[in-house]
Design a binder for this molecule. Structure first.
Ligand SMILES: Cc1nc2c(=O)[nH]c(=O)nc-2n(C[C@H](O)[C@H](O)[C@H](O)CO)c1C
Length: 161
């Protein structure tokens, strides 16, 4: 059955993360023959993403959404992002569907690393979204692997004998 990924990004962002997510979805369609489609919209900033994600889930028949947010380095940006995340939580619960939050916090990375982190995280979140909506066995979500979307995975811990 055809599945639809909603993609919301912002004009505020400094990296076109949606482009990498869309490339990943297109690649999945070709390689795995997955029945996937996508719909992308852009809003001004992260305060607008919750309503937009809800609109895509409820009115545009998306099965899941990925939201690409960019959080500036100022204290006000961080507070604003926290408020946006609360609104996103409300949207998810109302729609009873998943919204994956791919937010880049500018203050957490060196300027030189931002592009790589953002693009890799976008690809990782696109893969996660595909895994969560497709029945294709190639896209099974693996449990307890220390996955850290877009960054080096955490090591897996085992019992000490
Ligand atoms: C302070 C601030 N910081 C950010 C940010 O870090 N990232 C972002 O995407 N948008 C920011 N904005 C803009 C708001 O999200 C919003 O778009 C405007 O306030 C208009 O509602 C604002 C106002």
């Amino acid at each position: 059955m055809m599945k639809k990924v909603g993609i919301v990004d912002t004009a505020f962002s400094r990296v076109d993360m949606a482009k990498f997510a869309i490339q990943q979805i297109e690649q999945a369609k070709q390689i795995c023959n997955s029945e996937l489609t996508w719909l992308k919209t852009t809003v001004p900033g992260h305060k607008e993403v919750a309503v937009e994600a809800l609109r895509l889930l409820e009115q545009e028949q998306c099965d899941i959404c990925i939201v690409f947010g960019w959080v500036g380095p100022k204290e006000l940006d961080l507070t604003s992002a926290h408020e946006a995340a609360i609104a996103l939580a409300m949207a998810k619960v109302q729609a009873r569907k998943h919204v994956l939050e791919c937010f880049i916090f500018e203050s957490q990375h060196e300027q030189d690393a931002l592009f790589e982190v953002a693009s890799q995280r976008a690809i990782a979140h696109a893969k996660s979204a595909i895994s969560m909506i497709t029945d294709d066995p190639a896209w099974v979500v693996h449990s307890s692997i220390g996955d850290r979307e877009g960054e080096a995975n955490a090591s897996v811990l085992e019992a000490i004998d």
